[in-house]
Write a protein that binds this ligand. Sequence first.
Ligand code: NAD
Length: 471
Amino acid sequence: MTKPELTIPPFEPTPLEEIPKIAATLRESFRSQKTKDVEWRLVQLRKLWWGIQDYSELLQAALKKDLNKAWNEAIFSEITHTSSDLQLTLKKLKTWVKDDKDLDYPLSFAPLRPRIKKEPLGSALIIGPYNFPVMLNLAPFIGAIAAGCTAIIKPSESAPATAMVLKQLVENYLDTTCFAVVNGAVPETTALLEEKWDKIFYTGGSAIARIISRKAAETLTPVTLELGGRNPAFVTPAADLKLAARRLMWGKTLNAGQVCMSHNYVLVHRSVVDGFVAALNATTREFYPQGAQASPDYARIVNERQFDRIKKMLDNTRGKIVMGGENDRDDLFIAPTAVLVDSIDDSMMQEESFGPIWSILPYDDLDEAIKVANSVDPTPLTVVTFGSKEENEKILNRITSGGATINDSYMHGAVSTLPFGGVGESGTGSYHGRASFDCFTHRRTVVATPSWMESLLRSRYPPHSPFDFKL
Ligand code: NAD
């Protein structure tokens, strides 16, 4: 293992002609049976763990360069999150790989000793997004290694520094005949999609997910899709407004709101709108006494394209900015911004903001508010609620979502070992912890019919008679 270099290499796409060769090497390695050995997988996972520790500072520097991610955010939402998922996998893998024998079947089949054998799916392609480029590439990768797959990571070109450091890390620490990082944008991803995979794991927007799903369908390749959506939050008159404001502000200021689970709009009971807006403004002053732009704790929008998209939502709103609104394209800065809107037709409600801006939509009746949320996006990635116990339950029972948090912003996603995933338009499949192992595993049912059963089985053979014993 080479000690990490102290500099971040300039972004270099993988040459297109290399891609089929890398994919072929991985397929060949999978066929060699090397990855089926559980001890070998554990060695690779341990090496990855050490790689993450050794590269921790360089990864933090890369995240700073790509997103101006504050060091504490880089540590807790990327490096620690990934490391604790990896630690659990190291601890539990020997249990997860065991055959399942605790199965439901009629007693008459007991002599066949039914079991489910855990088989790796094969060679996996992992395509990652830019917002949490360490965690969102490595978490599925951990699952692929644990399950016994070979795997390629294709990080987002929009976080180029992190993409290059991840490539170094994987090449310096892992078996490069089984694992690789391919860097690049659309041409490189398209070339990867021309290859035959046994599993594609994609995290990103739903438009690209459709391209990937169409391509995967041509070869009947299974896909897991981790997508976004327009996530609602609810603040009812029963909520502690200060607490709700603080926690929702945290959810929208972490990584400058470039979080798939963050709320896009808050349905606030009309009677508490003024109090909630006052609490939001007080929280901004508390979090950023010198203003968010001057704060070392506040990230930037990843690039001009994303900045312009978010700014357009703000420029076109008919609503009233009740907090923030400042922005600076040269610095890719957009302040935490809340806009009071009166309709779901407003530009602020028309797409996922994936940035530090969100709408406040007042409501008078909770049943109506739930209907509104279901019409804006029937299957968001997240729902968060600040209300009474009954109100929270009512909201959760009537709105489908990938995950949900009560009395906080998306904390369900912070528990790095629990299954995480979307539903409907926000994705399909889940991962993290045991779910990551399952995601890259085929559950193969195996039975063994004992020879001595032949006399019991004779009725299944022709010629049949009306007196055949029925099993
Ligand atoms: P992105 O621009 O980084 O793209 C994601 C990946 O798709 C990249 O690796 C990119 O190279 C690849 N890609 C881009 N165009 C492609 C094409 N034409 N063909 C094949 N691949 C292509 O990220 P994004 O898509 O803008 O990410 C933001 C979205 O991702 C948001 O909707 C967000 O909610 C969602 N997201 C979801 C999760 C989750 O866990 N559910 C996590 C993060 C982001």
